[in-house]
Every structure is written in structure tokens, then in C-alpha cells.
Design a protein around this ligand. Structure first.
Ligand code: SAM
Length: 222
């Protein structure tokens, strides 16, 4: 199968899963702009050489350092639920391979992404540079504190599971902004939540669906 055919097959599977889960997630279909961005980012480029043949299977995969690149369906769904617009500035906590950041980089004006493991931050930064994504900045650091120099953000995406929403991330979300974060214990019982900050700074929350993410380390857990 060619890489394009594999991508089309994967997108078909993702769209079917999005339809099947619409009653939980509130998302019945992916928008054209998310589909186009997804099709334009080569997932294999974010994987270790040995795992590249599995890049277009709808599964999470290991990326070293006991971390994972998330399942393509989850990446696409989270990207859609962030409701990004072309002029947005987005913060990601948990760069990992850099794949989610690359996808967001095609959709918004600027992405800032934080990764606690130095080797992953360094690798992701190189990949993003090689792909010409000059609007994605990677920094090694603990995402619990957010990235105050670039706040406030139109959207924040956390790609590791926390026991509670780090207060700095709520502070750094713009009024009108959206945040996606998996919440729950290290093993089992996690749920993806969508938070919205209204014009008066009030936060509302919606549970999207049960998920399994690696833990958010650092902060008070270290
Ligand atoms: N978004 C990534 C991608 O597209 O490949 C997948 C992220 S992986 C599921 C979660 C990442 O969060 C790991 O790379 C992990 O090292 C990172 N992480 C965990 N705790 C963190 C923290 N406090 N601050 C920043 N990154 C953290």
C-alpha cells in the first residue's frame, strides 16, 4: 500500500470512530480543515524507524522513554474539539514525538509546546524544523507552570493525564478559550475533559470520553 492509500484508509477508520462515539463526544464529524491538516502530516516521520510500518494503524505506539504517540483517532478528535481558528495561539503540554504539535501548527498561527523529557523535546524540535513548521516552538520544561511569557492562549491541550487541572493552565487560558485535558489516576479511570472559560472568566467542564494516557509527571507528583 502506498503511504497515501494508508492515510486514506486511516482517515476512513477515524471518521467512522468519530461517528460511532458522537453521542459521548458531541462531535459527529471532523471538519474539512482538520481532515486536510491530518492528511498533510506524515505520522511516520514522528516514529522510531522500526515502528514506521505501523504509522498508519489506528493505535498508540511507543516513542521511547516509556512514552507514547497517541492513537490517531484521539489526536484527530482532540484537534477538532479544540475548535481552533487560523489566528489562534495554542499551548500544548506533552510534546512527545511532536506529532500533535505539527498538526496544530498547520491549523493555527503559533503553537508553543512543552515537554518534560529533554531527549524527546530535542528530537521533536528537530523533526518539526525538518518539516518546515516554523510556527511551532518546543521547550523542555514542566507543563504544570504553563508558558507565562506567551500567555494567554486561545486553546490549551494537555496530552498526559493529571489528577487535577494545573491552576496555571486555567490562568493562562483566554476568556473564550478551550482546554482539553485527560484527568484521573495513573492507571485506569481517566476521562478526557473539555473546559471552557467564558468572557467573565468562569470555567465550565464537559466529560468527553474515557481515555488512557501516560501520567503528567513533575509538579507536585515528582
Ligand atoms: N502529544 C504527543 C505526540 O503527539 O506525540 C504525545 C504525548 S505523550 C502521550 C505525553 C507526553 O507528555 C510525554 O512525552 C511525556 O514525557 C510528557 N509529559 C509528562 N508530564 C509532563 C509535564 N509535566 N510537562 C511536560 N510534558 C510532560
Amino acid at each position: 500500500m502506498t503511504s497515501t492509500a494508508e492515510m486514506q484508509f486511516l482517515l476512513g477508520e477515524i471518521c467512522a470512530e468519530v461517528r460511532e462515539t458522537r453521542e459521548h463526544t458531541g462531535c459527529a464529524k471532523l471538519s474539512q480543515r482538520v481532515l486536510e491538516a491530518f492528511a498533510a502530516v506524515p505520522r511516520h516521520a514522528f516514529l522510531p524507524e522500526a515502528l514506521r510500518p505501523a504509522a498508519y494503524i489506528n493505535r498508540p505506539l511507543p516513542i521511547g522513554h516509556e512514552q507514547t504517540i497517541s492513537q490517531p483517532y484521539i489526536v484527530a478528535l482532540m484537534t477538532e474539539l479544540l475548535e481552533t481558528e487560523a489566528e489562534d495561539v495554542v499551548l500544548e503540554v506533552g510534546t512527545g514525538s511532536g506529532y500533535q504539535a505539527a498538526l496544530l501548527g498547520r491549523l493555527v498561527r503559533q503553537v508553543y509546546t512543552l515537554e518534560i523529557i529533554a531527549a524527546l523535546a530535542w528530537q521533536a524540535s528537530g523533526r518539526l524544523r525538518d518539516l518546515g513548521l516554523g510556527n511551532v516552538e518546543v521547550r523542555q520544561g514542566d507543563g504544570h507552570g504553563g508558558w507565562p511569557e506567551h500567555a494567554p492562549f486561545d486553546a490549551i491541550i494537555v496530552t498526559a493525564a493529571a489528577p487535577a487541572v494545573p491552576p496555571a493552565l486555567i490562568e493562562q487560558l483566554k476568556p473564550g478559550g478551550r482546554m482539553l485535558i485527560p484527568l484521573g489516576p495513573r492507571h485506569g479511570g481517566q476521562e478526557l475533559q473539555l473546559l471552557r472559560k467564558d468572557a467573565l472568566g468562569r470555567i465550565s467542564r464537559k466529560v468527553v470520553l474515557p481515555v488512557v494516557f501516560v501520567p503528567l509527571t513533575g509538579g507536585a507528583q515528582s
